[in-house]
Design a binder for this molecule. Structure first.
Ligand SMILES: [Zn+2]
Length: 253
């Protein structure tokens, strides 16, 4: 009897503690799942240092006169990336002339040859990227001390946008419109990826791999460079608009 009472007390206390814990952490957990749970200007930036998500709310402030130098430097850099990617795309497309290929519309021989040709350009793409990075891009200077670390990705094949990485990058942006520009860049990649994913295709088994289901449309390396150029121009467009507006406000000061 005494044991039963003790057990009940333990259950009640345990449940109460569990509920209290849930009440405290639920807003954070829920927010990490849904960005819409908070004000439109804010987002959650989360890291996962030891298996648990640690999130904090970020509400960026709009760009102001103080951010002009950074915005100009960032815009210049985006245009340099776009030009570099365009040049890389032209070079790669000399050997593989289309931006994307519909694998489902090809004979087996043509399909294997196309996949092989696209994959063979992987190293050239990586080297081209490194060349742009090392030789063609101007530094952002002290006006954007952390901006060089901006980075986010969309995974080809699943089209998942790495929200954790994107929000971490947006958090480093010195003001809101720069973060908005990054968002526009990644949203464009995701939309393009989803278009390619719209139709699936069963790639039959061959000597190299088992049967797999994959998007019918395969992006070439040149197509990937062209998409990067367009994504950087979209991002540049968002910055340019904000830059013009902030410049107007700051004139005469
Ligand atoms: Zn990109």
């Amino acid at each position: 009897m005494k044991t039963n009472v003790s057990r009940k007390i333990v259950y009640v206390l345990g449940s109460a503690l569990g509920l209290a814990g849930l009440a405290v952490f639920w807003p954070v957990l829920a927010a990490c799942v849904s960005d819409e749970a908070i004000a439109p200007n804010c987002f959650w930036s989360c890291t996962c240092p030891s298996g648990f998500f640690v999130c904090h709310k970020v509400c960026p402030t709009p760009c102001i006169c103080r951010n002009l130098e950074c915005m100009r430097a960032y815009l210049k850099q985006l245009n340099e990336w776009a030009d570099g990617y365009d040049a890389l795309s032209h070079r790669l497309m000399k050997d593989v002339p289309l931006e994307s290929y519909d694998l489902s519309a090809m004979s087996e021989g043509a399909r294997d040859a196309t996949i092989k040709k696209i994959n063979a350009q992987y190293q050239s793409y990586q080297q081209g990227y490194q060349f742009i990075h090392d030789h063609l891009i101007t530094g952002l200077g002290s006006a954007c001390p952390q901006a060089g670390e901006f980075e986010a990705t969309v995974t080809e094949g699943s089209c998942v946008l790495d929200r954790q990485k994107l929000n971490a990058a947006k958090e480093k942006a010195p003001c809101k419109e720069i973060g908005d520009a990054m968002e526009a860049h990644e949203q464009y990649h995701q939309a393009q990826c989803l278009t390619r994913m719209a139709r699936n295709f069963r790639l039959p088994r061959n000597q190299y791999q088992p049967e797999i289901t994959r998007p019918a449309i395969m992006l070439s390396q040149g197509g990937q460079a062209a998409e990067e150029a367009r994504a950087h121009r979209i991002e540049a467009g968002v910055i340019k608009k904000a830059l013009d507006s902030v410049t107007n406000k700051c004139m005469g000061r």
